[in-house]
Design a protein around this ligand. Structure first.
Ligand code: NDP
Length: 327
C-alpha cells in the first residue's frame, strides 16, 4: 500500500501538538479521487481546529481543508475528473496538511492553466469566502463605501482588490504601518491602523458622518462592538471570523440602540452547499481574476513539516497575504 505523510494532532492544544506522521493512503471509495499535493492552503480556521475552538469530529485528526495538486487516481464511477488533472479543493474533510489526500470528486475544482498550484492553494478558500461575502451576502456595487477588517490578511488582500474592481470605496483596517502600505498599494482608499486609532471615529471622519452600509469583520471579539458603531441605520454587520477570539454574550438590544442593525455570522460551506453552487462561486472568482480584478500574490511558503511555525506566525499577526505549506 502506498504511503503519505501528514500533520496530525492527538489532542487539541498548542502548536506542539502538530506532528508529522507517515500513514497508508486509504483505498478510493465511490466518488473519490486521490490528489498529490503541490501546495496546501493555511487558513485561520485551521488554528481553531487545532485549539478546539471548533472541535474536530474525532481525534487523532489531520488538519487543514485546502490544497492544490495533481490527480493521481480516480474511483471507477468518477467521470468529471481524470488522472493528471490539476485541481484545487477547499471543502473536503479535515486533513489537507499532507503529501496526498483522498477527497470527494465533487469538491474538486479544475484549476485554470493560468493559475499555479501555489496560487490555487493560496486563494481558493479565501477567494470563495470573499465571493460569498461581497457578492452573495451583500452584493457590493459601484459607489458603495464598505469597511473590511484585517485588510492585509489572506482574505483581506483578495477582498480589497475585488471590492475595488466592483467600484467600491474601501476602508481597510490593519495592525501595522507595513501592512498599511501593502493594502494602499492594492488600492484601498482609506487605511486605519486599529491598534492606534478608533475605527468608528475614523469612519465618521471619512464618510462625513454618513457611516457605512456594511462591515465585514473577521477579527471578532476585539472589533465587534466598535464595528456596530461604524454602521448606518439598518446597516449589516457581517461577523465572519474569530482571529481575536469569538464574539459571545451579545445582548440583542445593542442592535436596536445602534440603529435597527442586521447581523449575520456566516460560514463558507453554507454558501457552496451543492456542486452547482461551488462551480458558480469558483467561476465568479476565476472570472474576476481573468478580468484583471485581482492578482494572486505569491504566497509565503513553509515546508509541510514546519506547519506549526506557520500557525505561530499567523496567530502572532506577523503575516500578510496568504500562507501555504509545501510537501
Ligand atoms: P488572516 O491572514 O487575515 O490573519 C488574521 C489577521 O487578523 C491577522 O493577520 C491580523 O491582522 C488580524 N488580527 C486582528 N486581531 C488579531 C488577534 N488578536 N490575533 C490574531 N490576528 C488578529 O487570516 P485568514 O485570511 O485565513 O482569515 C481571516 C479571517 O476570516 C479569520 O477570522 C477566519 O476565521 C475568517 N474566515 C471565515 C470564513 C467563513 O466562511 N466564515 C472563511 C475563511 C476565513 P492585523 O495585524 O492587520 O490586525
Amino acid at each position: 500500500m502506498s504511503k503519505m505523510v501528514r500533520i496530525e494532532i492527538e489532542a487539541h492544544g498548542g502548536t506542539d501538538m502538530m506532528k508529522l506522521v507517515e500513514r497508508d493512503i486509504p483505498a478510493l471509495q465511490a466518488g473519490q479521487i486521490l490528489v498529490r499535493h503541490e501546495a496546501i492552503g493555511v487558513n485561520y480556521i485551521d488554528t481553531y481546529h487545532r485549539t478546539g475552538l471548533y472541535p474536530v469530529p474525532s481525534l487523532p485528526s489531520g488538519l487543514g481543508g485546502e490544497a492544490a495538486g495533481t490527480v493521481e487516481a480516480v474511483a471507477e464511477d468518477v467521470t468529471n475528473i481524470k488522472a493528471g488533472d490539476r485541481v484545487a479543493y477547499c471543502s473536503g474533510p479535515i486533513g489537507s496538511y499532507a503529501s496526498h489526500n483522498v477527497i470527494s470528486a465533487a469538491s474538486a475544482v479544475l484549476l485554470p492553466t493560468s493559475i499555479s498550484a501555489a496560487q490555487g492553494a493560496a486563494s481558493l478558500l479565501k477567494g470563495l469566502t470573499v465571493q460569498y461575502l461581497i457578492r452573495q451576502i451583500y452584493a457590493v456595487k459601484e459607489g458603495d463605501c464598505v469597511l473590511f477588517h484585517a485588510a492585509a490578511g489572506g482574505v483581506g488582500t483578495l477582498a480589497v482588490q475585488w471590492l475595488k474592481h466592483l467600484g467600491a470605496t474601501v476602508i481597510g483596517t490593519v495592525g501595522s504601518e507595513e501592512k498599511a502600505e501593502l493594502v494602499r498599494a492594492l488600492g484601498c482608499d482609506h487605511v486605519v491602523n486599529y491598534r492606534k486609532e478608533t475605527v468608528s471615529e475614523r469612519v465618521a471622519e471619512i464618510t462625513n458622518g454618513a457611516m457605512v452600509p456594511v462591515v465585514f469583520d473577521g477579527v471578532g471579539k476585539d472589533t465587534f462592538e466598535d464595528s456596530l458603531k461604524c454602521l448606518q441605520r439598518r446597516g449589516l454587520m457581517v461577523s465572519f471570523g474569530n482571529a481575536s477570539g469569538p464574539v459571545d454574550g451579545v445582548n440583542l438590544g445593542i442592535l436596536a440602540s445602534h440603529g435597527s442593525l442586521f447581523v449575520t455570522r456566516p460560514t463558507l460551506y453554507d454558501y457552496i452547499p451543492t456542486r452547482e453552487d461551488l462551480e458558480h462561486a469558483a467561476n465568479d472568482f476565476f472570472s474576476a481574476i481573468a478580468a484583471g480584478g485581482m492578482k494572486i500574490a505569491e504566497p509565503t511558503a513553509y515546508k509541510l513539516e514546519d506547519a506549526a511555525k506557520a500557525h505561530e506566525d499567523l496567530q502572532a499577526r506577523m503575516t500578510t497575504g496568504s500562507l501555504i505549506l509545501v510537501p
